[in-house]
Design a protein around this ligand. Structure first.
Ligand code: SAH
Length: 341
């Protein structure tokens, strides 16, 4: 039986029409699921018995088990067990502007970035839309708070699970349900060019972030094997087209790895690459992990890199560090758990 959380409002409208019911029932169901947050169809008191029976036989209202929850100041890390016993993580960060949830989109990841813990354990499968929706619903429920921002920066490559991720965004964004503004949602990709092109036509004001991490192909090939398929020039072309069509500013993520991509030369090359583009760079202090040899850049080098971008009129921020005590770096909790076991 399919989880009801897989269905966008439009999917449910189609469903109701297919069983000769008014499509407005979809709005009622969304209201019960995402506003009143009921856990069973029988609580949907404005829907008649006959339709409830039908819903009960066609869908399930499922949940995920939280098997680990660690907190530190301003950060909560959750490990979820899926119905087939696979595990994924989500991280809630309290910012001064609100609560941001970092959601996983796959079990493991096949992109194989050399610095990333998630890719060390290969992709097992895509997450269903419902498994992303439930990360959101359960974190709000357990912490009793409102999530104001969602970033698809957990385990997985969102553009390698494109359709389910887009349905997830649609459900978050639906006014009759969770009603999270598109501008409060960010999708991060390692640069899968055909999907950047598809996303350009998606038509919602969702933020796009590109994991760049290097200013030239030679270096990026070493850090991110996806670059051999979609080199920087192609990524840039697709991103420029995205900016032109959507008029939206793009974020480039750039992890700073000591002695690898944090030199003045790299900073200047990055300036040249991004000059004149409607974008900004988010510098990410590397979160070290025990299996991978890269070291985090010193604060001094991070500031130097920052200053070079700034001086050359590239918008730049440094990502605030959360949760190294709770293994909040991408994929670390899952990976740790798989080892202990
Ligand atoms: N696959 C997508 C989204 C998931 S990763 C992507 O590549 O963008 C989200 C971000 O975290 C990416 O920019 C990724 O490169 C970065 N990241 C991965 N491992 C990290 C680590 N150990 N420390 C800091 N950032 C990391």
């Amino acid at each position: 039986m399919k989880s009801i959380y897989n269905y966008t409002l439009e999917d449910l409208e189609r469903y109701f029409l297919s069983i000769d019911e008014k499509k407005f029932k979809a709005v009622q169901v969304f209201d019960w699921l995402y506003r009143k947050r009921v856990q069973s169809f029988d609580e949907m008191s404005n829907i008649k018995k006959q339709v409830l029976d039908r819903l009960n036989s066609d869908f399930k209202i499922d949940t995920l088990e939280i098997i680990d929850h660690k907190s530190d100041t301003d950060v909560h890390k959750f490990l979820f067990k899926l119905n087939d016993n696979e595990k994924v993580e989500a991280v809630l960060m309290n910012h001064d502007y609100g609560n941001s949830l970092c959601v996983s989109s796959q079990v493991g990841c096949n992109m194989g970035c050399s610095f990333c813990e998630s890719g060390r354990l290969k992709k097992v499968r895509n997450l269903e839309t419902s498994e992303m929706v439930l990360q959101y619903l359960l974190v709000e429920q357990v912490l009793n708070l409102k999530i104001s921002h969602v970033v698809l920066m957990g385990i997985g490559e969102p553009f390698d699970n494109y359709d389910n991720v887009m349905s997830f965004i649609d459900i978050l964004n639906t006014g009759k349900g969770i009603d999270l503004g598109a501008r409060h949602i960010t999708v991060s990709t390692c640069g899968i060019v055909p999907k950047i092109k598809e996303f350009t036509e998606f038509g919602k004001q969702v933020n796009l972030a590109i994991s760049l991490h290097a200013p030239n192909d030679e270096l990026r090939n070493k850090l991110m094997k996806i670059n051999k398929v979609y080199p920087i020039e192609e990524v840039m072309k697709a991103v420029k087209e995205y900016i032109k069509k959507t008029n939206r500013r793009v974020t480039f993520e750039y992890i700073l790895l000591s002695g690898v991509n944090d030199t003045d030369k790299c900073a200047l090359e990055l300036v040249n690459l991004l000059k004149g583009m409607n974008c900004y760079v988010n510098l990410i202090p590397y979160n070290e992990t025990s299996h991978i040899d890269y070291k985090k850049s010193s604060s001094e080098n991070i500031m130097k890199f920052y200053d070079i971008l700034k001086k050359n009129n590239i918008g730049v921020t440094i990502r605030r560090e959360f949760g190294s005590k709770v293994n909040a770096a991408c994929g670390q909790l899952r990976s740790k758990y798989e080892e202990v076991k």
